[in-house]
Write a new protein. Sequence first.
Length: 449
Amino acid sequence: MFLSPLLLTATAFGQEEVDETKAGYDELIAGQGDYAYAFDFFTTSMLWTVIAAGLVFIMHLGFATLEAGLCQKKNTVNILFKNCFIIAIGIVTYALVGFNTHYPGDFNGWFKLGSMIGDLNADGGDTFGYGGVALCMTGYGDFIFQAMFAATAATIVSGAVAERVKLPTFMIFATILVGFWYPVVGSWHWGGGWLGDLNGGNGFKDFAGSAVVHAFGGFAALACVLVLGPRRGKYTSEGIKPILPHNLPLAAIGVFLLFFGWFGFNGGSVLSAAPGPLGLVFTTTTLAACTGALGAMATSWVTLKKPDLSMTLNGFLAGLVGITANADIVSATGALIIGLIAGVIVVLSVLMFDKIKIDDPVGAISVHGVCGIWGILAAAIFEVVPEGGEKQFGIVGQLTGVAAVGAAAFIFSFVVFFILKLVMGVRVDAQEEEEGLDVAEHGSPAYTD
């Protein structure tokens, strides 16, 4: 049996303290019942889960700094305020209704509205009773990890509609999206819904959310941008007028924070500290991110005739989104190829959206929406089949799943945002946009110089 430092110290000072400490430890172990033999693994897994949740939380700082850096300085306060609101409302609504909608138990496979979370330690809190070895954590551990994901979809939308969206309208839309629709669509996959019937009953493969987090957010963003329209002066009769980012160092910090947080995003999705899968997922995640950056560097250098930093930053993220669906089933070689292709795709996608006059200041639609689709398809293409085994995931099943998620996000967002446009408007007026949203909506610029 493992002896804690406290117990070893007690040994030096007398038998009475040793017995008292040992009795407490023995009582803790006895509470595990039939699972006592694996208590150390359970404890390690639960610790990793909450660390991973913290890493995913850091991603929200990454989103905030990336978005702020890639936009004009006159809108910095507005961007940071939106990101503060998103994480706060996302976690609160996930507790109120989202978690039990996302994981509804027995339901029709499409929709079941959940209620407020209750006592998630009802099984004792420190046993395998909540999820067994496969979901090796307590109920509260599961909640807090999943809650950190919940607000990501609205964060993706925030970047795409930046610099011209009305703040109250966006806040209402974000609340509805993360509090209601994200958990509903997520339940189709992670809640035991109808996507589990795809691929001949093997289920839809989306390990950590290339579709149900990233493509969902990307297609919601596309819908909102179509309703909102481009920033004033972006597309002129003379062609596309670049609106330059105000702080690329801040954007770079944001991307590296996101890269760091992605170790929790993907690594935490192992749902335990099982050493084999955890090491594989960390490795494939890192390799894809790096080849994503290299692919974007090369593609942007060829197409734009200069090495472009903003494209390179989005290349890291493209590789990360691309590997998120499949990090646990591909080889190191597969991860390198997935990331490289994602890096090429994101540059071509950003240029394509600009060409058809869909204005996305941070490239969120391309990074999360387009590369999210690629990640889902890559799961079928690069799946490693064990010797003597059979392929589980096919192109048709994967494409069906991501098309359903993307369509659900797009249609719902378009309808809700269009209704908000009719009721209260979605766009600031021309003077406010010219002045900047920091002063117009917050009365306070980010920079006093």
